[in-house]
Design a protein around this ligand. Structure first.
Ligand SMILES: Nc1ncnc2c1ncn2[C@@H]1O[C@H](COP(=O)(O)OP(=O)(O)O)[C@@H](O)[C@H]1O
Ligand SMILES: Cc1cn([C@H]2C[C@H](O)[C@@H](COP(=O)(O)O)O2)c(=O)[nH]c1=O
Length: 244
């Protein structure tokens, strides 16, 4: 691994500032869709950048279909779209070769990264003292771990569940990312299908047309298991209308 110019820069890593060994960390922030992960990613980037630290922003398959980290709060920042074949260490090395510092890396939609790419991030933390902040879902629409998320749980120095509560339609805490096709909750299909929690949007992601009839709905376990999408769902629609 080539030398990190950050170590030579005027803003050394936190540990080095105190004369301690390098103290970079791999931190993983997770939560269901719509809980504020991208917003927090942008806030952390903002706070580091304003202290003169240099960040590298990565994402994969952002909802906006653009290479950006985008928050539903309306903010967004350009990011590198990580392809499956990309060696993240190479991206960092290339920046160093151009004389650019990389003090920290922010990765949004980290659940989509390959297992080997999570290992590469850990290598950047341990070998080059680069802080890594990863944000993503932990489980998919079947409530199974994404491989990238599993690897983050295995490797991260710190794992944090976001505190912003996303509620199921019944008012319980929602932790399950239900995939809704038409008006039906599905439990089979491709693991990756980019879509929003808002209905009726369609776009191309990496040249692949996404199904405009697919959306996600965060549910509690009880209603995810039952496939009950609440008032306005298919089950409700077939009920006879009450006379006016
Ligand atoms: N109009 C709004 N007013 C206040 N908060 C909002 C509004 N729209 C979205 N949000 C907040 O933004 C969160 C979604 O943020 P986002 O970073 O896009 O989520 P994630 O990346 O986890 O899917 C919502 O949970 C909500 O807290
Ligand atoms: C559950 C689940 C989600 N996805 C996609 C849907 C969205 O494009 C992203 C999550 O975005 P957010 O920033 O957390 O709102 O992931 C998927 O492809 N497969 C799934 O099972």
């Amino acid at each position: 691994m080539s030398e990190n110019p950050s170590a030579l820069s005027s803003v050394p890593a936190a540990g080095a500032r105190r004369g301690l060994p390098a103290s970079a960390q791999l931190r993983y922030f997770y939560g269901p869709m719509d809980c504020g992960k991208s917003t927090l990613a942008l806030q952390i980037d903002h706070n580091h950048a304003r202290q003169g630290r240099h960040g590298l922003l990565l994402t994969q398959n952002d909802r906006s279909a653009a290479p950006v980290i985008s928050s539903r709060m309306g903010m967004g920042r350009p990011a590198i779209d990580v392809t499956d074949q990309m060696d993240v260490r190479r991206v960092v090395r290339d920046l160093w070769a151009q004389g650019q510092r990389v003090d920290y890396i922010i990765v949004d939609e980290a659940q989509f990264l390959q297992v080997c790419q999570i290992d590469q991030l850990a290598e950047l933390v341990d070998g080059s003292d680069v802080d890594v902040y990863a944000f993503g879902l932990i489980t998919d629409f079947r409530s199974q771990l994404f491989p990238g998320s599993k690897r983050l749980l295995e490797l991260a120095d710190e794992v944090t569940r976001l505190q912003v509560e996303v509620l199921c339609w019944c008012g319980r805490l929602g932790a399950f990312n239900g995939r809704v096709v038409g008006r039906i909750l599905v439990k089979e299909g491709a693991q990756v299908m980019v879509a929003d929690t808002a209905p009726g949007e369609a776009w191309d992601v990496n040249g692949v047309r996404q199904d405009d009839d697919v959306r996600y709905q965060v549910l509690c376990r009880r209603h995810w298991r039952a496939g009950d999408l609440g008032p306005g769902s298919a089950a409700q629609d077939v009920l006879p209308m009450s006379p006016s």
